[in-house]
Design a protein around this ligand. Structure first.
Ligand SMILES: [Zn+2]
Length: 491
């Protein structure tokens, strides 16, 4: 009898939990039909004119080769003069400063006194080199700025990052033509060495603002974008607005030994010690965390998913560990959830029958904002726990802080997305590569990363790779986006 009562109780409890789970799903994540991406209506003449300007911009070979190489003076100065000639209204209404010879800092002053803090729109004018061996694989040469019959503009910098820079100038020129004046200072910051870390461009410009006592309300740089088809089962485009970027550091694990003939070895060699250290740190991954940003992303896309998935996402109180492990099966998703470790290089030994006197293993870390370079090093030392292994830090860049998902910048970016491309789900994310934006943390609590175009997986290999290209229609849409963004930020 007692057992029966207990079973009844259990059955009721299970039913209650199931009802709660379904109830939460129906209330919190009701099903929603997918939405289509809408492209702004821009006349073919205007699209062609904007495309023509980006084509010219690409023909300046503003390449960042290395920290040691001197930038090509003619290309960078030529590009600067091209901007002045092409955007005369901007250059009349906006103050321009040349920083570190080639970077450009524009301040569009507020037309009337206001207590609104300034904003900054960031882009970079430099591009990565095109390796000689890769030249023959380009459908059109990388610096000719060819626009083909399908309206695709080919060239180095088409996506990264001249399209954004030109779109910002086009948007400002267009707004000034329409009589728009901002009610707050608006900065355009165009670095010339982003591909080399931005130490002479963005870092110096941010420092100048800091010295002048300028604090920004927010800034926006390249980084994340809109995606479509990236989440299985979700057809709507999704605007991913990045709140910060990961840091990075490499650690070298090295060991020395007296060496000798391999016929009478000890239990270890310099090679095995180094390899073991590299193995241990990569085999002890950082814990995966399904944090509030990932939760917001899941919540944004869930309404298009089937009922079972919606139940799982609406009830993270019960499903979080399961969902976390499921998501982490994709290395891309896992990268958002923790500091990653990649065992990338090894060096040891000179001959098969000689005990090596030296061995080294290199592990590259991409640091999540919740970790730091110092903590990465300390953790590695603890995991390896071997006095025979020396740990050396190679380079090192801290992750940025995370910008606010409730801030004005986030809200206005999301609003400009809806105005330009129609309503779509929006979610916060994290940028896993470096951008100039990280230097602006000293003058802005909120630095977002968002590029107003639909990023496809195939684009990933084109950026910094062969056949970088963009449709001129997409560039014209970017102009409309920045026009909407600047207008709502500055009036
Ligand atoms: Zn870039």
């Amino acid at each position: 009898m007692r057992v029966l009562t207990f079973l009844k109780f259990l059955a009721l409890a299970v039913l209650a939990v199931a009802a709660l789970a379904v109830g939460r799903t129906v209330i919190l994540l009701p099903a929603r039909a997918p939405v289509a991406l809408q492209m702004p209506n821009i006349s073919p003449d205007e699209v062609a004119r904007i495309g023509g300007n980006l084509s010219k911009a690409i023909q300046f070979q503003t390449v960042s080769y290395s920290l040691e190489a001197k930038p090509d003076e003619a290309a960078f100065v030529g590009f600067r003069d091209f901007l002045a000639v092409t955007y005369p209204k901007v250059h009349a209404a906006v103050e321009r400063e040349i920083v570190s010879d080639y970077s450009l800092m524009y301040r569009w002053p507020a037309a009337r006194p206001s207590d609104k803090k300034p904003i900054a729109l960031l882009a970079h004018m430099d591009v990565v080199p095109v390796p000689k061996y890769g030249l023959k694989d380009w459908t059109h040469p990388p610096f000719d700025g060819v626009i083909d019959e399908n309206g695709i503009l080919w060239g180095r910098g088409a996506m990264d990052d001249k399209a954004i820079l030109i779109s910002l100038m086009e948007a400002a020129e267009r707004l000034i033509s329409k009589g728009f004046t901002p009610d707050r200072d608006i900065y355009f910051m165009f670095g010339h060495d982003e591909e080399l870390g931005g130490d002479k461009g963005a870092k110096v410009m941010a420092g100048m603002l800091q010295k002048r006592g300028v604090q920004l309300a927010w800034a926006v740089d390249e980084g994340s974008a809109m995606v479509k088809g990236a989440v299985p089962g979700v057809q709507s485009p999704l605007a991913l607005i990045s709140l910060g970027e990961k840091g990075s550091v490499s650690l070298k694990f090295s060991a020395e030994d007296e060496g000798g003939h391999s016929s009478a070895p000890k239990a270890f060699t310099a090679a095995s010690l180094a390899a073991r250290a590299g193995y241990l740190v990569t085999d002890t991954p950082y814990p995966l965390v399904l944090d509030e940003n990932l939760e917001a992303l899941l919540t944004a896309v869930a309404p298009e998913m089937d009922f079972t998935k919606r139940v799982a996402i609406a009830n993270l109180w019960a499903t979080r560990p399961l969902l976390r492990d499921q998501l982490a099966k994709s290395p891309t998703m896992a990268a958002f959830m923790h500091t990653t470790t990649a065992f990338t290089m090894m060096k040891a030994g000179i001959k098969t029958n000689i005990l090596p006197q030296y061995g080294e293993a290199i592990v590259n870390y991409r640091i999540h904002p919740r970790d730091s370079v110092a903590r990465v090093k300390a953790r590695a030392a603890e995991i390896v726990g071997d006095p025979r292994v020396t740990i050396t830090q190679l380079g090192g860049r801290e992750a940025t802080s995370m910008s606010s998902v409730d801030g004005e910048g986030y809200r206005l970016i999301a609003k400009a997305v809806a105005q330009t491309f129609g309503p779509m789900p929006t979610a916060p994310t994290l940028t896993v590569q470096g951008t100039d934006g990280r230097h602006y943390g000293v003058v802005s609590d909120d630095v977002y990363r968002f590029m107003p175009f639909v990023f496809k997986l195939e684009d990933l290999k084109r950026i910094h790779g062969t056949n970088e290209a963009i449709s001129v229609e997409a560039v014209a849409a970017q102009v409309t986006f920045f026009e909407n963004l600047i207008r709502s930020a500055g009036e």
